[in-house]
Design a protein around this ligand. Structure first.
Ligand SMILES: [Zn+2]
Length: 400
C-alpha cells in the first residue's frame, strides 16, 4: 500500500499513507492528513497550524474479500491569519458519513447488478446504509425532471396498499420513464404536476389515460390544447366490469331458482373468445345459449374489441352504431358503458390519431409490483418515489 495507490484506486486525496494492519476479516489502513487542502473557511487563507487531533474510522471499498477501513488521523486547524479554528473536511469525505466517497460509489456500482439486500450482504454493512447511499444518489439525479421534450404522456394509477390508497404516475410514453408520482388520484392531488406541465412541457401533444373523471378534468382545465387519448386497456376493463355485473345479476336470479350454472365461468366470459381452447369455447357457447343477457353482452364485448382495428373514419361510425346498439339492449350495465363511451368519443377516436396507449405504463406496472414487494418501499415514501423514477434503468429481475 502507498499514498499513491490510496489516491489512484480509492480517490483519497490530502492524506499520507502510514501503515496497514490486519485484524480478523478486516484491513485497517492508517494514514494522516496533510496540509494539501487546507483553506480557512473564514478568510480563505491557506496557512494554518495544527491544534489538536482525532482519529476517524472510515469505511472503504473491500480489497479482495476483506473489509477495509481507513484509520485516519485528522488535525484541527488554526488559521495563521485570522485565528479561526476548525475541523477540516477532506475531498473524499461525505459530510458526517462514516465512509469515504469511493465506498458509496462502489455500492452504487454494485446496485446495478444486485438488490439492496445482496449489496449490503456483500459489503458487510446494514441494508439501511446501502439504502441511504442509494436514496442520496437518486435525490440528486431526480432533483428536477426535464419536461421540455416530452410529447406523449400516460397517466395511470396503482394501489399502494391493500384497500383504497392509490398512487398516480405520469409516464413518458416514448421512453417509459416515470416522470412523476403522487399519492392519491384526485384532481387536487394531480393538479400541481399538471400545472407544471402546462408551464414546462411545451411539446406535449397527447396524454393517454383511463376514463376516470378526475384526470380528465384536470388535464382539460390546465392543458386545453393537449389531446386526450383513452386507450383500449381501460375500455376493455370497463367492458369486463359490466360483464361481471351482468353475470352476478344473473347468478342471483339463478340462485333463487336453485341453479348453479354460472359459478366458475367468470374467466370464460372475460377472456377473448378467440384465445379460448376448443373445449372452453364449447362450454362458453352452452352458457351463453342459456343466458340471453350474457349472450348479448358477450357478443357486444367481442365486437368492441374490433373497434381498435378500424381506421379513423370507419371507427367513428363503428362507435356510434355500437353505442346505439348497447343503449337499446335493455341491459343496464351495458347501457352504462355505452353512456361512458359516448361522453368520451373524441378521446376514443384520438387513438387513431396518435396510436398511443398506456401499454408502456402497464409494462411499468410489472416492475412496480416487484418494487412494491419490498417492504421498505412503503416505510419511506420519498425513497419509494425515487425508485419509481429510476425504474427505467433497472432490469425487471433486479428491482428489489
Ligand atoms: Zn482565516
Amino acid at each position: 500500500m502507498s499514498t499513491s495507490i490510496l489516491y489512484h484506486a480509492f480517490g483519497l486525496k490530502g492524506i499520507h499513507y502510514e501503515s496497514t494492519h490486519f485484524l480478523g476479516d478486516c484491513i485497517y489502513i492508517n494514514a494522516r492528513m496533510t496540509d494539501q487542502y487546507v483553506r480557512c473557511p473564514e478568510c480563505r487563507n491557506r496557512k494554518a497550524s495544527f491544534k489538536g487531533q482525532k482519529r476517524r474510522l472510515l469505511r472503504m471499498s473491500p480489497i479482495g474479500r476483506k473489509r477495509c477501513f481507513l484509520d485516519l488521523l485528522l488535525h484541527r486547524l488554526k488559521c495563521l491569519r485570522c485565528g479561526h479554528l476548525w475541523w477540516p473536511t477532506l475531498p473524499f469525505m461525505d459530510g458526517k458519513h462514516r465512509y469515504v466517497r469511493s465506498f458509496a460509489l462502489t455500492a452504487l456500482d454494485l446496485l446495478k447488478f444486485g438488490t439492496i439486500r445482496s449489496v449490503a450482504e456483500y459489503l458487510a454493512v446494514g441494508w439501511d446504509l446501502v439504502k441511504q447511499i442509494h436514496k442520496e444518489r437518486l435525490s440528486l439525479l431526480y432533483r428536477s425532471v426535464p419536461l421540455h421534450k416530452v410529447k406523449y404522456l400516460g397517466i395511470d394509477e396503482f394501489s399502494i396498499r391493500k384497500g383504497h390508497e392509490y398512487m398516480t404516475i405520469f409516464v413518458n410514453i416514448e421512453d417509459g420513464r416515470i416522470l412523476h408520482a403522487v399519492e392519491g388520484r384526485s384532481k387536487e392531488k394531480i393538479q400541481p404536476f399538471i400545472e407544471k406541465l402546462s408551464k414546462k412541457a411545451k411539446k406535449l401533444t397527447a396524454i393517454a389515460m383511463d376514463m376516470s373523471g378526475s384526470y380528465y378534468s384536470a388535464v382539460r382545465g390546465w392543458l386545453p390544447h393537449v389531446d386526450i387519448v383513452f386507450d383500449r386497456y381501460h375500455v376493455s376493463a370497463l367492458m369486463n366490469q359490466a360483464i361481471d355485473e351482468i353475470r352476478r345479476g344473473q347468478q342471483r336470479e339463478l340462485d333463487n331458482l336453485g341453479q348453479k350454472a354460472l359459478k366458475g365461468n367468470r374467466f370464460l366470459l372475460l377472456r377473448n373468445y378467440d384465445s379460448l381452447e376448443p373445449d372452453r369455447k364449447a362450454r362458453l357457447d352452452a352458457l351463453l345459449k342459456a343466458n340471453h343477457p350474457l349472450f348479448i353482452a358477450h357478443s357486444m364485448k367481442e365486437q368492441l374489441r374490433l373497434f381498435w382495428d378500424e381506421d379513423f373514419d370507419s371507427a367513428k361510425s363503428f362507435l356510434e352504431v355500437w353505442i346505439k346498439d348497447a343503449m337499446q339492449s335493455g341491459i343496464g350495465p351495458l347501457a352504462k358503458v355505452a353512456k361512458t363511451l359516448a361522453g368520451y368519443k373524441t378521446g376514443l377516436l384520438n387513438y387513431f390519431k396518435y396510436s398511443i396507449t398506456s401499454a408502456v405504463v402497464e409494462g411499468t406496472n410489472n416492475k412496480i409490483k416487484t418494487l412494491k414487494r419490498q417492504a421498505y418501499g412503503f416505510r419511506d415514501m420519498v425513497y419509494f418515489k425515487l425508485r419509481l423514477y429510476h425504474l427505467h434503468t433497472q432490469r425487471y429481475s433486479l428491482t428489489g
